[in-house]
Design a protein around this ligand. Structure first.
Ligand SMILES: [Zn+2]
Length: 688
């Protein structure tokens, strides 16, 4: 258990002046109370059961029947959408995401500049999904009357972008009223595009249906007045969806093995076709897959059915998938609360289905694998843990990934590292040579530190408006490292309190960064008081809004005797000259620097020749901070952040100085290891 840098300062103020006279003498470690695990789900099987009580407000609800033509790679569908107005507003339109239209032409926002179509492409492929699209054939109201619809561009004026369709209602939806639309639509499934589509006989169907936007009442997230949030499909970000219930009937050739969000409600076979009906409750989206080559391997975790859809050649890795999934479920049961859904489906795509990537959808994740991966390389585990962690953030907390992608990827990456480091302590994420192992925490840090431009964007910048590789590294890496630093400041126990409070308040709603900041402020203020909570809040503000970097260093260590007083003092006639037996007072000075703009409180470990160690606390604000000692043995070593609570510091190499070589062995090796590591990370970041 790590004690927080600030949370241990209950009787010791951070210092910002020159001399530290009183030294902190004992850890005021918080008592650790065992958490009572409520094994509510422990012995009750949830397979195929509806929730007795809704978990969410169930605002956008779908009933879809679809037919998949596996020859033409087309879908025909009817869908009923029932929307409950969550506000006191009168609503006159309903916008739908039409994600497949991102692939309709090369002038869409997603495809702009795309010209990678070879001239000699076979006719079959020209027709089957080089251009993917979705088209609504009719929209009707409850009385069966047709309604008008039109493509709109809420984010720009690109009229060739058809990724949002607005349905104009004949009669407005009254405050807190309900509206049901009957839609008929068809689509051309794209060939292996941005996580979705088909290749050969593998169909991975995500962002595949007309999907209603999220209505945000005034006061929620950034909304000043009630409005729909329904962005176009941009290449740089993922999605945002409203909670609801999906009942989806999938009609496929009977030899196809299917998987979907939620659980199987019903399955029937007729001739050479079969119909599988899924029910997914309190989810923000519905994903499904169909492929004749899947093996379905079933397992179970405390009443939750785990289905692994995997190719026979990847079956050898089934334990790696299942064990890492169970570790993740165990972890969150203890850290936050039990996984509430009755099923979890893990899809391991065939080699030619790698376009479906490693990705998260409600109760369904993809995690590619290779059987010849050595045990030391934990890619299968890392991806399974990462995508499953998203169930807590992308799915249950359901932040807006198009606007604030870090609030999903950052928290997910933070926990991915924590889970890997806990369950695979000798775990190797990407490297295992020269006996050097890189843990998940270091990997995340490396991703941010090695990014091409760490100032490319602030976390507060809208995700869909920023397109650069560096931004992705910032969204994943900087956000994760910032949360690790927050944990370093408050300690493991308070971090858990913060996450639990955040989750309790915001699950099945849609928080934004202000909501997270409010929770941090409330928890830290109640546990630490105003003055110690203040630097934590400052840190978080900088972390979210600034592009500045954090770098502290030890500049110098000086051991000296105070020179004798020489010259004129009381008058100008008596000069003091050097005396033969002068014995000066021994003094030492340690100088540390703040090199970056970012301010984080610091611990400095000062080691003396006689073995004494002192931990100094500094508010980190001044550019130069000097610590003086009198009457002690020589200072031999000074280290910033000796307990590695501030991974946000972007240069660890300048964090320590040693005067005595024989005592500096470990530190020297540590520093050279870090140098190697930081170089390795730069290499790694070009590989993933
Ligand atoms: Zn992710």
């Amino acid at each position: 258990m790590k004690v927080g840098l600030i949370s241990q300062l209950s009787d010791q103020k951070l210092v910002g002046h020159l001399v530290t006279k009183t030294y902190f003498s004992g850890m005021n470690q918080r008592a650790v109370f065992p958490y009572i695990l409520i094994l509510l789900l422990g012995c009750i099987s949830l397979y195929g059961q509806r929730f007795e009580e809704p978990l969410s407000a169930r605002t956008d609800n779908y009933d879809i029947q679809l037919f998949l033509d596996t020859d033409k790679k087309q879908v025909k569908a009817n869908q009923t959408v029932t929307f409950r107005n969550p506000s006191a507003d009168t609503i006159r339109t309903m916008p739908f995401h039409m994600y497949y239209n991102a692939f309709k032409n090369n002038r869409s926002n997603f495809n702009t500049g795309y010209s990678g179509i070879p001239r000699d492409i076979p006719q079959e492929e020209k027709e089957n999904g080089i251009w993917g699209w979705v088209e609504v054939l009719s929209v009707k109201n409850e009385q069966g009357e047709p309604l008008e619809s039109r493509y709109i561009q809420p984010d720009d004026d690109n009229v060739n972008d058809h990724t949002v369709l607005e349905v104009v209602l004949e009669k407005p939806i009254p405050p807190f009223g309900t509206k049901t639309l009957e839609m008929e639509w068809h689509s051309q499934v794209p060939k292996a595009k941005a996580r979705t589509g088909y290749n050969k006989d593998y169909f991975f169907m995500v962002q595949w249906y007309p999907k209603l936007g999220v209505y945000e009442p005034a006061g929620s997230r950034f909304a000043e007045v009630g409005a729909w949030n329904c962005h176009q499909y941009h290449p740089s970000t993922e999605y945002f969806g409203e909670f609801g219930v999906y009942q989806v009937e999938v009609d496929v050739p009977k030899e196809y093995v299917t998987g979907g969000s939620g659980f199987v409600l019903n399955e029937t076979t007729e001739g050479d076709r079969k119909k599988v009906t899924y029910l997914a409750e309190d989810v923000i989206d519905f994903a499904w897959t169909a492929h004749p080559g899947f093996l379905e391997i079933k397992d179970e975790w405390k009443g939750v059915e785990i289905k692994l859809l995997v190719r026979p050649e990847h079956e050898c890795n089934k334990e790696r998938f299942l064990l890492s999934a169970k570790h993740t479920l165990d972890f969150f049961e203890e850290y936050i609360e039990p996984y509430p859904y009755p099923t979890l489906t893990i899809v391991s795509p065939p080699f030619y289905g790698l376009f479906s990537g490693a990705m998260e959808y409600p109760t369904l994740i993809t995690s590619p694998t290779l059987c010849d991966l050595p045990l030391g390389i934990k890619t299968t585990e890392t991806l399974t843990i990462h995508e499953l962690t998203h169930q807590y953030f992308m799915q249950m907390i359901a932040t807006n990934e198009q606007e604030e992608p870090w609030m999903d990827e950052g928290f997910t990456s933070f926990f991915e590292a924590k889970i890997l480091d806990q369950y695979y302590p000798e775990g190797v994420v990407y490297f295992d040579y020269f006996d050097v192992q890189i843990d998940a925490t270091e990997f995340r840090r490396g991703r941010f530190m090695a990014t091409e431009n760490p100032k490319a964007s602030a976390l507060s910048d809208w995700g869909y408006q920023t397109i650069s590789r560096s931004t992705r590294d910032i969204v994943y890496g900087k956000a994760a490292v910032g949360l690790m630093t927050l944990e370093g400041l408050v300690g493991d126990a308070m971090m858990k309190d913060i996450i639990r409070a955040y989750f309790k308040r915001w699950k099945f709603k849609h928080p934004c960064r202000h909501d997270f900041l409010d929770v941090v402020q409330e928890v830290t203020t109640s546990q630490l008081g105003d003055s110690l909570a203040a630097p934590i809040n400052t840190f978080l503000q900088d972390f979210m809004y600034s592009t500045e970097v954090c770098d502290y260093s030890v500049h110098s260590i000086d051991n000296f005797e105070e020179p004798e007083a020489l010259g004129f003092f009381e008058n100008t006639s008596d000069v003091r000259l050097p005396s033969a037996n002068y014995q000066g007072i021994k003094k030492s000075k340690v100088v540390v620097w703040r090199n970056g703009e970012f301010i984080v409180p610091q611990e400095i470990r000062v080691t003396f020749e006689d073995g004494e160690e002192i931990i100094e606390y500094w508010d980190g604000k001044a550019r130069i901070y000097e610590i003086f000692y009198e009457g002690k043995s020589n200072v031999v070593c000074a280290e910033m952040d000796p307990f590695q609570k501030i991974p946000f510091d972007n240069n660890h190499i300048n964090n320590s100085q040693n005067l005595k070589q024989e005592k500096s062995g470990i530190t020297r090796y540590f520093v050279s290891f870090l140098t190697w590591l930081e170089n390795a990370m730069i290499t790694a970041s070009t590989l993933v």
